[in-house]
Design a protein around this ligand. Structure first.
Ligand code: ZN
Length: 455
């Protein structure tokens, strides 16, 4: 296949009696579209589904790098390299690289070949192709396999390009900026398998810029301390709020290093705890009253999802249905009371001032304590243990909304990658997708202003 493409190019170069699949020869148009300064496109041929472009530099007055005498040509050598695809087809550049010779017999330099910043010696891809592969895999979260196929290279070559260009973006100290608010959350990296338990990772999010700063393997206070210890002291000192899920390890890890920062447990995580209490109560009641776990026709099982929705988002009809099903399936009112506890906790977060939040919190505790429902009391105990952090939501006005948004992006990258095995690759892909600001040039709207030549 390779020989055929080359033979076709040779035919174009040699005579106009080339084979009929020849598309063009020395076109200014092709050179303009190829768009690499210093290069002209000789022949361009579509062969076996890929574009073959024969290119050469325009340099014809070259001086010897040692003595400065004008060099003379000493033949050419062909170099093949992949470039950006054209209209979805892979492109193979055949660069007829010039060899130069110094005519001065006394000069130490005898011959040398020309170089170009886009095509490094022995590279499989042009520089711009490597950058574009990194952008598509990183910014666009496309799969490496998919991008590799379009560029006509193997998976490992594409991934090497992502790593080479991506690491410099990720390691840039400027990337971390100077956030005043930090969000922490856990996501799973590897599900438990026969050889290892579930591996969790801790994500660090800049809540001002909605940017993933980093991910670290594990979920503990030590992970947080280690990560903060690797940052410059003044960077750490500038953080005055940290928003976390109610996990003691995170709280102690943070207070050990961010001595003056406020720690916040926001509504996402608090309500998640309340929803878990509802699920637990529902399962227990189902088991106790029916002797089995939820089945399709069980009244409580039928409303299991509705119970987790904020009540103002339900229609009157849906609300009535919930009440009816609770009437059928919740004889002692345990699920109903846990559901009410969740709504009372939501009221705490909806309060406009700290004072009213405090008042609502007392009402929530009273309700939980009075009902005597196991799940309510456990929920109240947890919230009591985190009371300062819950109220800090009102003093700081900070929530982990950006972190939750980034968790969705993390899941997307994970899905596209079909499960990562290497943490370093995973971290790189995550940071390229949600931790780097890409400076891509926005294009004008199709129906907007147009260049003047289009009449
Ligand atoms: Zn010389």
């Amino acid at each position: 296949m390779e020989a055929r493409g080359l033979a076709t190019l040779a035919a174009v170069e040699g005579s106009s009696r080339g084979r009929p699949l020849v598309i063009g020869h020395r076109s200014d148009g092709a050179t303009a579209l190829f768009d690499v300064a210093g290069f002209v496109v000789g022949a361009h041929v579509l062969e076996d589904g890929e574009w073959w472009l024969q290119v050469e530099t325009t340099a014809d007055r070259v001086r010897c790098p040692s003595c400065g005498v004008r060099a003379v040509g000493h033949g050419r050598r062909r170099v093949q390299v992949r470039d950006l695809p054209i209209a979805g087809r892979p492109v193979r550049l055949v660069w007829a690289k010039r060899i130069w010779r110094c005519p001065d017999g006394d000069c130490a330099t005898v011959t040398w070949s020309e170089t170009h910043e886009q095509i490094s010696p022995r590279a499989l891809l042009t520089r711009r192709a490597r950058i574009e592969i990194c952008r598509r895999v990183g910014q666009d979260a496309e799969s490496v396999a998919e991008v590799a196929r379009e560029f006509g290279v193997g998976w490992h070559t594409a991934m090497a390009a992502v790593r080479e260009h991506g690491m410099s973006l990720v390691d840039d100290p400027e990337r971390l900026g100077a956030p005043s608010a930090l969000g922490l959350d856990e996501t799973s990296f590897l599900r438990a398998g026969p050889k290892h338990p579930t591996v969790m990772i801790t994500g660090f999010v800049d809540l001002d810029r909605h940017l993933l700063l980093d991910v670290a393997e594990g979920r503990s206070g030590q992970v947080v301390r280690d990560w903060l210890d690797d940052r410059p002291a003044e960077w750490v000192a500038a953080i005055d709020v940290a928003v976390i899920d109610p996990f003691r390890g995170y709280a102690t890890g943070l207070t050990d290093r961010l001595t003056d920062a406020a720690i916040v447990v926001d509504h996402f995580h608090a309500i998640r705890l309340a929803n878990k209490a509802i699920d637990d109560a529902r399962r227990r009641v189902q088991q106790e009253s029916l002797g089995h776990c939820g089945r399709r026709d069980d009244p409580l099982y039928r409303i299991r999802r509705r119970l987790l929705v904020g009540h103002e988002r339900l229609t009157d009809q849906q609300h009535e249905r919930i009440l009816m099903m609770l009437g059928h399936g919740d004889r002692h009112g345990d699920v109903t009371n846990t559901y009410l506890a969740k709504e009372l906790l939501r009221d705490v977060y909806d309060a406009k001032t700290v004072r009213s939040a405090r008042r609502r919190l007392r009402r929530f505790y009273e309700h939980c304590d009075q009902t005597g429902v196991r799940e309510c009391r456990r929920l109240a105990r947890t919230i009591r243990a985190w009371e300062n952090e819950v109220l800090a939501f009102h003093t700081t006005g900070r929530s982990n909304g950006p972190t939750e948004g980034i968790n969705l992006l993390i899941k997307k990258v994970k899905r596209v990658g079909h499960g990562f095995r290497s943490f370093n690759n995973y971290r790189l892909r995550l940071l390229l997708h949600c931790g780097v600001t890409w400076h891509t040039v926005p294009t004008a709207r199709m129906r907007g202003r147009q260049p003047r030549f289009i009449a």
